[in-house]
Write a new protein. Structure first.
Length: 100
């Protein structure tokens, strides 16, 4: 009995069929990689833009807080000096237009 036909032999050589590579499959793979790369570049750009937007929002919140604190300080100083409170509201009220 040879070792190739013996079912109890654990490690025996197996025939490996090689896959055929054609230019068509290479072109398809290349095209898929190009699309994937483009998509990943787009995602990277979007993430950069989102990061910039969030930094601007944070800065806007800090500036709004600073404006609020300065207005409160001015109001308290005017009150202390006995001056009338003539500071306009922080944000002008929007006019509500009636539907036509």
């Amino acid at each position: 009995m040879t070792s190739e036909n013996d079912p109890y032999v654990t490690f025996r050589k197996r025939e490996i069929k090689s896959t055929r590579k054609t230019r068509r499959t290479d072109a398809q793979c290349l095209q898929k990689y190009e699309i994937l790369r483009r998509d990943l570049e787009d995602v990277t750009k979007l993430l950069d833009l989102v990061g910039t937007r969030e930094e601007m929002r944070k800065e806007m919140i800090l500036l709004d807080q600073l404006i609020f604190e300065q207005r409160a300080n001015v109001r308290s100083q005017r009150k202390y000096l006995g001056m009338p409170d003539e500071i306009p509201d922080e944000k002008p009220k929007k006019k509500v237009s009636s539907p036509v």
